[in-house]
Write a protein that binds this ligand. Structure first.
Ligand code: AMP
Ligand code: GLY
Length: 434
C-alpha cells in the first residue's frame, strides 16, 4: 500500500515508525515530516520514508499531492487539519483517509460543542457553562468563587485554557478572551468549568463509527517544570500504563465515558472514525472528563507505539472501514516512557537551529527509540526547529527500568539550551512503592 502521513511532530514520528514496520506499507510519504521521520525505512522493501514539504494545514496542496500520487491510505496526525475538514475534502475525491470528519472533529475543535454534548448524554464532567456574554460569564465565575478553568471555544494551539484561583484571575481571563478578543474568532465563546482536583490521566479509544477499542492507560506531564510547576506545555513526558487506575477502575471509567459518548454520536448522526482521546481527572467523586481530543495525544502516541504489538496499518484501515470488531489489538505487557527534550525557553520564546549531538549513541541503547519532534537537517547536522525537540522513548519489564534507561539516553544527547523534566513517572514509582 502507498500511505501518506500528515504532520511533523513526535507523534507523527512514532506513527511513521510503526507504519514503516507494517508489511502492508510499500511506500510512505510524510507531509511535512521532520529529520527523524526522513531517516526511517520500510520493513517491507528497505525504501526510505519520503518527506514532502507541504504544511499539515495547506489542505489544497495536500489534496493536489494526493490526487496526483493516489495514496491508498492517508493518516492525519494533528488536530488542525481535522478541524479544517481534511477528511471530508479527501473523501469527496474518493481517497481513503483516517481521522474524524469535520462534524466529528468538533469534539476537539469546539469546547462549547463538547461540553454541551457531555451534559446532554450524561458523561461525567465538571460543572460548567458556555458563554459569549461577559456579564453572564462573570456571574458564573463568581458562583464558583473564581476557582475555575476558563477555556477558549476554538482551537488555540494548546494555549486557550486559563486555570484561575480567584475572581481577579478569572475576570482577567474572561475579559482577555471576550472583550480584548485576544484569540480572535476562536474566542468568540468560552467554556467555564469548576476547578477539578486530582490526578490527570489520558485515555485513548480507537473508533470506527460503531465499535470502539480501548488503548492502555497513560499519563502525560503538562507543566514545563518538575513537580508540576511552570506554564502548561504540549506535554513534557508520558509513561504507560499508569498505576493510578486499577484494571477494573480503568474499564469502569471507560464504560462510564465512552459508552454514553458513542450512544450520543449515534443519536446525533456523528460518524466518528479515529481516535477519541479524553483527558480525565480522577477526582474524589469519580473520574471526570476535562476535554475531548479527536486525535492521538503527543507524547502519548510515543509510548503507545512502543507498546503496540499489532499492525498499526491494519488497525487504522479497520477504523476507516467499520470493521474494528474483527481486529485483535495486542499490547506488550512492558512499561514504556517518553521523556521530552525541549528548547530552553519553551513554551515561551526559544531559539532554533541548535546542533544536536549524541543521537546515534542514544539510539543504539537497547529498547530505546529517539522520536524527533522539532528537528531538521542543516548541512551535515540535525538541528533544533521547534519547542519540543526529541522524545526519548524506552521500554522495559518495569517502569523503573524504562525510566532509568530514558534518563541515561538523555545524558548522551546535547543541544544548547536543552532541558527536560527530571520527574517523569516519579509519582507513579512512589505510588508503586507504597
Ligand atoms: P484542556 O486543554 O481542556 O485539557 O486543558 C489543559 C489543561 O488544563 C488540562 O490538561 C488540565 O491540566 C487543566 N485543566 C483543564 N480543565 C480543568 C479543570 N476543570 N480543572 C482543573 N484543571 C483543568
Ligand atoms: N498530550 C497532550 C496532548 O496531546 O494534547
Amino acid at each position: 500500500m502507498k500511505i501518506l502521513l500528515i504532520g511533523s511532530g513526535g507523534r507523527e514520528h512514532a506513527l511513521a515508525w510503526k507504519i514503516a514496520q507494517s508489511h502492508y506499507t510499500a511506500k510512505l510519504w510524510c507531509a511535512p515530516g521532520n529529520a527523524g521521520i526522513a531517516q526511517e525505512t520500510l520493513a517491507r522493501n528497505g525504501e526510505a520514508v519520503e518527506c514532502v514539504p507541504i504544511s499539515a494545514e495547506d489542505l489544497n496542496k495536500l489534496l493536489e499531492f494526493a490526487k496526483l500520487n493516489r495514496p491508498d491510505l492517508t493518516v492525519v496526525g494533528p488536530d488542525n487539519p481535522l478541524g479544517m475538514g481534511i477528511v471530508d475534502l479527501f473523501q469527496k475525491e474518493g481517497l481513503t483517509i483516517w481521522g474524524p470528519n469535520q462534524k466529528a472533529a468538533q469534539f476537539e475543535a469546539s469546547k462549547v460543542f463538547s461540553q454541551d454534548f457531555m451534559e446532554k448524554y450524561s458523561i461525567p464532567t465538571a460543572v460548567s457553562g458556555s458563554f459569549d456574554n461577559i456579564e453572564e460569564a462573570l456571574h458564573f465565575a463568581e458562583k464558583l468563587e473564581g476557582r475555575c478553568a476558563v477555556k477558549v471555544d476554538g482551537l488555540a494551539l494548546g494555549k486557550g485554557v486559563f486555570i484561575c484561583h480567584n475572581m481577579e484571575e478569572s475576570k482577567a481571563s474572561i475579559e482577555d478572551i471576550l472583550k480584548n478578543k485576544s484569540f480572535g474568532l476562536a474566542g468568540s465563546k468560552i467554556v467555564i468549568q469548576e476547578l477539578l482536583e486530582g490526578m490527570e490521566v489520558s485515555l485513548h479509544a480507537i473508533c470506527d463509527g460503531t465499535h470502539w477499542k480501548l488503548f492502555p492507560t497513560s499519563q502525560d506531564h503538562k507543566r514545563a517544570f518538575d513537580y508540576d510547576e511552570g506554564p502548561n506545555t504540549g506535554g513534557m513526558g508520558t509513561y504507560s500504563p499508569t498505576p493510578f487506575l486499577s484494571e477494573e477502575e480503568f474499564y469502569q471509567t471507560a464504560q462510564s465515558i465512552i459508552s454514553p459518548w458513542m450512544k450520543g454520536c449515534q443519536a446525533e448522526a456523528i460518524d466518528y472514525r479515529g481516535i477519541l482521546y479524553p483527558g480525565i481527572m480522577l477526582t474524589q467523586s469519580g473520574p471526570k472528563v476535562l476535554e475531548f481530543n479527536s486525535r492521538f495525544g503527543d507524547p502519548e502516541t510515543q509510548v503507545y507505539m512502543a507498546r503496540l504489538e499489532s499492525d498499526l496499518v491494519e488497525m487504522l484501515l479497520a477504523s476507516c472501514n467499520g470493521s474494528l470488531d474483527t481486529v485483535n489489538i495486542k499490547w506488550s505487557t512492558q512499561s514504556a516512557i517518553c521523556l521530552v527534550l525541549a528548547s530552553g525557553g519553551y513554551p515561551g520564546k526559544y531559539e532554533k537551529g541548535k546542533i544536536i549531538t549524541g543521537l546515534k549513541e542514544a539510539n543504539k541503547l537497547p529498547n530505546t527509540k529517539i522520536f524527533h519532534a522539532g528537528t531538521k537537517f542543516a548541512s551535515d547536522n540535525i538541528v533544533t526547529s521547534g519547542g519540543r525537540v526529541l522524545g526519548i522513548t524506552t521500554w522495559a519489564d518495569t517502569l523503573n527500568e524504562a525510566r532509568q534507561r530514558a534518563y541515561h539516553a538523555a545524558n548522551l544527547i546535547h543541544f544548547d539550551g536543552m532541558y527536560c523534566r527530571n520527574d517523569i513517572a516519579q509519582k507513579a514509582l512512589s505510588f508503586l512503592k507504597k
